[in-house]
Design a protein around this ligand. Structure first.
Ligand SMILES: Cc1ncc(COP(=O)(O)O)c(C=O)c1O
Length: 464
């Protein structure tokens, strides 16, 4: 199995269609309804993995994966993950695995330094950015109302409805956090964007003032560094000033783009984030770490503890209160040894190695954007700050919905090739296709192949 994994990572992944070419139900139909009564030969299980499971896998770890955000579960990360599964520790308390806690805090501190974030940022790992942002907004709620911990929000006449602000380009996880925390979807306020898909900070100021005048309780602003559709960067300095003036919690969602700030040339994208109350980025996105691993930082760890810590007798230890017990900073009790894979990645690549890979990804995205700009048959739909390009085919005679439909067909045609997988989004001018580069195996010829498939697909659809 280890050999198979090594071969897979070393180009074997190219033998598979990047987007699973199965119909709904195909995989399930080949699996028995009952679980086995007696243990089976692992060889038989392996064969079924190859025959039944593998055809239904969309290969995120494939050089042709350019959908959503390209990611890589790198060799070192996979090895770290294997070790963590073998040890099977639960790092809920310092005592239940001192190394899990101490390695996690150390690795997160390395990354904090690497990103140029302030010393008083305390960092820990969660599974995903969605959960990191949920925890951060729960901490914001705790900070805003000291009675929330005991009285909650139910039936309280003294507690005005809370409002969380993020740009209309923010990830849906922010609105989901509002749903989960009891603010409701009405509690999420989508701030309009400017011409480059960044939050309009003047509109934010206006919306906060309107909500206060209406008797509502502005609570937090979520700034995005690297929005999901176009990777635009919100004006964090401006947002930080507004948050300071209005006494609002500032959370930064840098899930995708945070990693790039490990390169000095890209530090600018975190300008203003040093003033945030909390900050998240995902090593499982652009830091070569197998999913899942999300790094959450805050300068108010005590607020997180107030929001979440609840210690029953059976979880007390002689060192309770003297050591960091990571169960105190979030909802879950059990914690995987996620830091191990991240440590392997950081040790084996080093800062220079990471920067070098990022530069290559950005160079390929730049080349692709240049190609789009030079091709009359295509047009660019947003700036390209990092390694994602938004564009569309532009047949002369099409507009509006027919143009969108044409691009959706083109997308399906490219994806049916099994060589490249792209995704789409909707921008101000309509449907945009996205090329997102982030896999360590992706090379220039993959980008050229993507261009060929797009050109061929466009010509073929136009001819119909
Ligand atoms: C900006 C942003 N935030 C949050 C998320 C959610 O990430 P996760 O899957 O780790 O919850 C994404 C996912 O693409 C994202 O782009």
């Amino acid at each position: 199995m280890v050999e198979w994994i090594a071969e897979y990572l070393d180009g074997g992944n190219r033998q598979h269609p990047v987007l699973a070419q199965v119909e709904p139900g195909d995989v399930a139909a080949r699996l028995p309804d009952e679980m086995p009564t007696v243990g089976e030969d692992p060889e038989a299980v392996w064969q079924d993995f190859l025959d039944i499971v593998l055809p239904g896998v969309t290969h995120w770890n494939h050089p042709g994966f350019m959908a959503y955000f390209g990611i890589t579960g790198s060799g070192p990360g996979v090895l770290g993950e294997m070790l963590s599964a073998a040890l099977d520790v639960n790092g809920m308390l310092w005592r239940t695995c001192p190394s899990a806690t101490e390695l996690e805090l150390k690795v997160l501190d390395w990354l904090r330094r690497g990103l140029g974030l302030p010393e008083d940022f305390f960092g820990f790992l969660t599974d995903t950015a969605s959960i990191s942002s949920l925890l951060a907004l729960a901490a914001a709620r705790e900070a805003a109302d000291p009675e929330i911990r005991h009285r909650g929000m139910n039936g309280r006449d003294d507690l005005p409805a809370m409002r969380v602000y993020a740009s209309d380009q923010a990830h849906s996880s922010i609105a989901k956090a509002c749903l989960t925390l009891g603010f409701g979807l009405d509690g999420f306020r989508a701030v309009p964007h400017d011409a480059e898909y960044r939050m309009d900070s003047e509109a934010l100021t206006r919306m906060v003032a309107e909500d206060r005048a209406a008797g509502l309780r502005p609570l937090a602003v979520v700034a995005t560094v690297g929005t999901t559709s176009t990777t635009s960067v919100d004006p964090c300095n401006e947002i930080a000033k507004i948050c300071a003036r209005e006494a609002l919690w500032m959370h930064v969602d840098a899930a995708y783009a945070g990693s790039i700030a490990l390169s000095e040339d890209y530090r600018w994208c975190l300008d203003g984030c040093e003033r945030a109350d909390s900050f998240v980025f995902n090593p499982h996105k652009w830091l070569f770490t197998p999913i899942d691993a999300s790094a959450l930082y805050t300068r108010h760890p005590e607020t997180f503890k107030r929001a979440f810590s609840l210690v029953p007798e059976y979880l007390t230890t002689p060192l309770s209160g003297q050591v960091v017990d990571l169960m105190d900073y979030g909802v879950q009790l059990g914690r995987r040894f996620r830091a191990l894979k991240l440590w392997w990645v950081l040790r084996c690549f080093g800062l220079e190695g990471i920067r070098d890979r990022h530069q290559r990804h950005i160079a390929m995205a730049r080349d692709f954007a240049d190609w789009i700009d030079a091709e009359p048959a295509f047009e660019r739909m947003a700036p390209r700050p990092f390694s994602v390009v938004c564009f569309r085919a532009r047949p002369e005679d099409l507009e509006g919905e027919t143009l969108d439909a044409f691009n959706m067909k083109l997308l399906e045609q490219v994806n049916a090739s099994g060589e490249i997988f792209l995704s789409h989004t909707k921008l101000d001018d309509g449907v945009a296709l996205r090329v997102a580069i982030g896999n360590l195996g992706t090379v220039e010829t993959d980008v050229v192949r993507c261009q060929e498939l797009l050109s061929e697909g466009r010509a073929c659809l136009s001819a119909r």
